[in-house]
Design a protein around this ligand. Structure first.
Ligand code: FAD
Length: 285
């Protein structure tokens, strides 16, 4: 197993001409600190597929850094996924983040439409069709996936993805380090030893942080929520407080064995780089 910590930056395909224009500068700034790879999100139900590919090409064009496209399977067919995998293979992609994707709002059943039901089916399909061509990352939920009724069942479902052939996992964002450590203990007991890299979202706004946490079921500790609410009209103070909270979280995670950090950049270099500098990370050569 890789003993060097892995640091990665997540991007999304910009949806406006302004976002497209700003992306190369953000990518170059982020690449300057030497991440192991960038990842690029992919809209569920096949949306944004070209956006993911175009963003991937932008990273390739502006940096020499590896790119891992996310691949969602909800609403997709085996033939479509096979075509996408072929395209990635031809582009020299070596790593994929394999996901189910969020169910459409109008979904009538709790099951994913299309030919894949769960991310574990997608991992199995990638292994069957592409062997070991790609390193496969999957999603992990230290605080339990919001659709799952029971943490134990959700953990069993995570294990299915590992058994299907995942090489590593990236977690949902969280601000409670104990949730991650508890998840790691459960993995150890279950004999799961793939690297599980915490997903880190810098704090830059009270409203956005609250919204992100609500949408993915992450616990925003009461004291953090109250402080952010109190500071919401003082941007400088809020940024400083948010930075100290997330720096402490990252330091605690790394000091206690986290195998790296995956930063949700939302295509903004500055908050992630401020955090990076505050951590004074020693980047692997
Ligand atoms: P799964 O692992 O399939 O799990 C989904 C639900 O089904 C869980 O509740 C699980 O417990 C349950 N389940 C799984 N297997 C079974 C089974 N065999 N029987 C019964 N129940 C089962 N979304 C996007 O649309 N695009 C992205 O690019 C994207 N990137 C992400 C990156 C990261 C690091 C993370 C953490 C999430 C990302 N998401 C993305 C969000 C993700 O798609 C959603 O959280 C989605 O609802 C679940 O995807 P999954 O791959 O975890 O699904």
């Amino acid at each position: 197993m890789d003993l060097q910590p892995s640091f990665s930056f997540e991007l999304f395909p910009p949806r406006t001409p302004e976002g497209v224009a700003k992306l190369p500068a953000a990518i170059s700034q982020l690449a300057s600190v030497g991440p192991n790879y960038f990842s690029v999100t992919h809209g569920a139900c096949g949306s944004d597929q070209d956006g993911t590919y175009d963003t991937l090409l932008t990273v390739v064009e502006h940096t020499g850094v590896d790119v891992a496209p996310h691949l969602t399977c909800v609403g997709s067919t085996r033939a479509n996924v096979a075509r996408t995998l072929q395209r990635y293979q031809e582009a020299g992609v070596k790593r994929i983040v394999a996901l189910r994707g969020d169910l459409p709002d109008n979904a009538r059943t709790p099951f994913a439409p299309g030919e894949f039901r769960y991310a574990s089916d997608l991992v199995t399909f990638i292994r069957q069709t592409c062997g070991d061509t790609f390193k496969i990352e999957v999603a992990a939920y230290p605080e339990t996936h919001p659709e799952a009724g029971c943490p134990d069942v959700d953990f069993d479902n995570f294990r299915r993805k590992v058994e299907a052939g995942a090489d590593g996992a990236l977690t949902q964002l969280f601000y409670n380090a104990d949730a991650y450590f508890d998840f790691m203990e459960r993995c150890e007991k279950a004999g799961i030893d793939i690297p599980i890299v915490p997903g880190i979202m810098p704090i830059t706004s009270f409203e956005k942080t609250l919204r992100f946490c609500t949408s993915c079921g992450a616990d925003l500790p009461r004291w953090v929520r109250l402080r952010l609410e109190h500071l919401q009209n003082d941007r400088t103070a809020l940024l400083e407080f948010g930075l100290s909270v997330v720096t402490r979280l990252c330091e605690t995670l790394l000091r206690n064995g986290a195998p790296g950090l995956h930063f949700y950049t939302i295509n903004h270099a500055e908050p992630t780089l401020r955090l990076w500098n505050s951590l004074a990370l020693t980047v692997p050569a």
